[in-house]
Design a protein around this ligand. Sequence first.
Ligand code: SAH
Length: 196
Amino acid sequence: SDVGSQKERVVTEEEWLQKWEMGNIGFHKEQGHPLFQKYLDVLLNGRSGLRIFFPLCGKAVEMKWLADMGHSVVGVEVSEQAVKEFFSEHSLPYYEEPVSEISGAKMFQSTSGNISLYCCNIYDLSSSIVGKFDGVWDRGALVAVNPRDRQRYASLMINLVEKNSSYLLVTVSYDPNKHKGPPFYVPESEVKSLFG
Ligand code: SAH
């Protein structure tokens, strides 16, 4: 179907920050996403001690779950409020430090060391800063990226994963003429052309 009506839409960083300030965060799932439970085995594939990446992480509770299973979690989120709410809602002590490679960016890390959340624009990250990952949980991320930035986003993600990695992607399907997004409608054909 026609995605033309969403192609030009841009949600600014400021608008995302405002959503967090207003508590306008209907996307957040306090009990986690049902598809996470369903496909967790595909993500982990029997492996332990993985590095898992959460692009556009918000305060996704699955980050805590994976850390509790012994994996190490890295997220990126533009809203500092979201990052702080994540740590406080799970009663996790953390410290923060500037990211020398990215001006204005901060990294928030649990004192136990297994959860690191970068507070910056995702496009400022690279594998030289965060390393490469064995798994990705992409829910509310590709579908939240402005449609014009999808190619850039996908190229970055491909750069951030190891050869033997699993990438779980959640998209939504609906008539894009009836809702302006986000979440944006990303047709399966586009997922294929972006990720191959
Ligand atoms: N994945 C989370 C949040 C989805 S909403 C979940 O499943 O709950 C998308 C999130 O991405 C918002 O919290 C928003 O603040 C953040 N965001 C949007 N654009 C971003 C960007 N360019 N870089 C980093 N974070 C961004």
